[in-house]
Structures are given as structure tokens and as C-alpha cells.
Design a protein around this ligand. Structure first.
Ligand code: IMP
Length: 213
């Protein structure tokens, strides 16, 4: 099946190709001529995923899908959440924001800094250190004949104190999955990450739906 995947994120594209396998021919938005950033202005993962998929549908009227994903950290009240890709640029404007926008390394720096602040605050108040529990969430929106279908996935884990590993992308070097408590997601083999990941769960649900319908 031919499907346009509304993303320019190479890490996501590679993982989706591995998870869905050879019966899916995935085309990126760039491969169909979309070079601009597709807007993401929704207030939930599902809304953003649908907005990206509909951007493709409205232009080409072909079957397409998009995912929106992000990291939720309990001690930070669920942040960075839907702002995961541009966490470090929140509150900045213009050229300053552009400089750090989508910079995975700066996003991790900010995350570790915010957690350190929370720990210091707890220490000063004589409270126990906050938990570093977190999860990645993924919502996939599939648009078939103009009709939306949603598939969700989650992976639970904890935020490490420092980076380790070179695999994956985004926050992987500081995310310790519950399924592999001795390593970061960037140290887990790609096929194992795909087996346990939020994106793996959501995309396999989509593949099952397409097979059954
Ligand atoms: P978006 O879905 O394109 O808005 O971006 C989601 C952001 O969440 C990515 O840029 C990453 O920072 C983060 N993210 C989503 N999935 C993963 C993952 O599997 N590993 C690490 N970071 C992720």
C-alpha cells in the first residue's frame, strides 16, 4: 500500500519503514513536493497528527498519515508534551528561537536543567526528590478517502541524569525505558526500540486496522 507520511523527521521515517515493513511504500511530504514546515497548532497529539495528515489530503486527495509524538515528564507537569520538538525555543523569539528550534541537544539540556531545578526546590523544602518518571506518547492519524482514523501508543520509563548511547533520535539518550532499565533508548537496538516504542504500538495498530478492513 502506498501512503504519504507527513513528516520531515528522518528518525521517524526510518522507524516507520522498519515497523510497517515492505508491504507499505511510504513517501515523505518532501517526496511529494512539500518543502515548508507543516503547521502544528493543535492542543493535543491527536489534533496535531490530524492537522498534518489533512494538510496532505487537502492538497493531493491521496491516502496519507501523520504522527505526533512527544515526551511527558511527571515532575514537570507533563512538559514538554506537544512542545517536545521545540522545547528549548519556548519563550524565545525570532532569530534566537530559530537558532535552537528542533535542536535535539538543546532540548535535552533544557529538560535536564528543569529537572535539576525541581530537585533543588524539593531539597530546599525538605521534601523527597521528585520521581523522574516519564513516557513517550504517539498519536497516528490515518486519512483514508478523507476520513480520519486514530491509533495511539505509549512507552513508560524514566529520565536519566545524563546522556548515553548514539542510536535513535530526540530524547532517546536520556530516556530509560522500563523494559530495559539498564540502558537508554539510544542504546537499545533499533528493532527492540520499535518493538516496545510508542510509535511501534501506534503504527502496528494502524497496520492491523488496514489489514482487517
Ligand atoms: P513531532 O511529533 O514532529 O512534533 O515531534 C515530536 C518530538 O518528540 C521529536 O522531535 C522528539 O524530540 C520527541 N520524540 C518523539 N518520539 C521520540 C522518540 O521515539 N525518541 C525520542 N524523542 C522522540
Amino acid at each position: 500500500m502506498k501512503l504519504i507520511f507527513a513528516t520531515s523527521n528522518k528518525g521517524k521515517m526510518r522507524e516507520a519503514g522498519e515497523i510497517l515493513g515492505p508491504s507499505f511504500e511510504l513517501l515523505t511530504s518532501a517526496e511529494v513536493g512539500i518543502t515548508e514546515d507543516i503547521p502544528e497548532t493543535g492542543s493535543s497529539f491527536r489534533e496535531n497528527a490530524l492537522q498534518k495528515a489533512m494538510y496532505i489530503w487537502d492538497r493531493f486527495h491521496v491516502d496519507c498519515m501523520a504522527d505526533d509524538s512527544g515526551l511527558e515528564v511527571d515532575a514537570l507537569g507533563g512538559a514538554p508534551g506537544i512542545y517536545s520538538a521545540r522545547y528549548a525555543s519556548l519563550g524565545l523569539e525570532g532569530a534566537e528561537a530559530e537558532k535552537v528550534n528542533h535542536d535535539f541537544s538543546k532540548n535535552i539540556d533544557k529538560l535536564l536543567y528543569e529537572l535539576t531545578i525541581k530537585e533543588l526546590e524539593a531539597m530546599m523544602a525538605g521534601s523527597p526528590a521528585p520521581e523522574r518518571t516519564a513516557r513517550f506518547r504517539c498519536a497516528v492519524a490515518l486519512v483514508l478517502d478523507g476520513e480520519p482514523h486514530f491509533f495511539d501508543g505509549t512507552i513508560e520509563g524514566k529520565i536519566a541524569y545524563e546522556r548515553s548511547g548514539n542510536g535513535g533520535f530526540g530524547y532517546d539518550p536520556v530516556f530509560i525505558p522500563d523494559a530495559y532499565p539498564d540502558m537508554s533508548l539510544a542504546e537499545v537496538a533499533e528493532e527492540d526500540k520499535n518493538r516496545i516504542s510508542h510509535r511501534g504500538e501506534a503504527l502496528r495498530k494502524m497496520a492491523r486496522f488496514l489489514k482487517e478492513s
